[in-house]
Design a protein around this ligand. Structure first.
Ligand code: AMP
Length: 191
């Protein structure tokens, strides 16, 4: 299985990604998690990425693409993977197409978790308060949503035109959403 999970920041993608990946026995590859790990280890990649992340902007495609290419080349991803947070720009879509084509496989499905914008901003503000994420200010949270709408939302149409888009309502309890996702993915043939 080669899957992508998409949705605006705060849609609960990360949690769902872990369940789906476990179910299919494939790694969940979260670019945000890889960037954060690099930031906390203070690697050169982390130092570079942090500037963008703190501002709510995207890390440049060139850096992100190289990182994903390396991750997908690892042995555990040979049988498939679930990408969480990648691709996020049209240039990343093209790059990923090339990476997958090179392996002789194809994308099986792109899962889009659909949520209300105001609802996710509310959730993210609550989370920032509870977890004491001082740098997750309202401005940065709103900027991340704007960047998503400008740069990532258009990808939904691209995948829709390829007939591999699976849209799932992301509102409700975590396990309700998980069930909807599994029901929707049940009909996706494995390549
Ligand atoms: P996430 O946890 O997926 O929301 O990612 C956290 C931050 O990492 C994002 O706000 C971006 O700054 C950066 N990031 C993660 N994935 C990408 C990507 N595919 N392209 C560019 N930047 C990314």
């Amino acid at each position: 299985m080669r899957l992508i999970i998409m949705g605006p920041p705060g849609a609960g993608k990360g949690t769902q990604a872990r369940y789906i990946a476990e179910h299919f026995g494939i790694p969940a590859i979260s670019t945000g998690d890889i960037f954060r790990a690099n930031v906390s280890q203070g690697t050169p990649l982390g130092v570079e990425a942090k500037r963008y992340m703190d501002a709510g902007e995207y890390v440049p495609d060139e850096i992100t693409n190289r990182m994903v290419r390396n991750r997908i080349d690892e042995p555990d991803a040979k049988q498939g993977f679930l990408l969480d947070g990648y691709p996020r720009t049209l240039a990343q879509v093209e790059e990923l197409d090339g990476m997958i084509k090179f392996t002789g496989h194809q994308l099986d499905a792109v899962l889009s978790v659909v949520v209300d914008k105001d609802e996710v901003v509310k959730r993210l503000l609550q989370r920032a308060q509870i977890e004491g994420r001082a740098d997750d200010t309202e401005d940065v949270i709103r900027r991340r949503q704007e960047v998503y709408l400008e740069q990532t939302q258009p990808l939904i149409q691209v995948y829709g035109e390829r007939d591999i888009l699976v849209e799932v309502d992301g509102l409700g309890e975590v396990d309700e959403v998980t069930k909807r996702i599994f029901d929707a993915l049940d009909v996706v043939p494995e390549s």
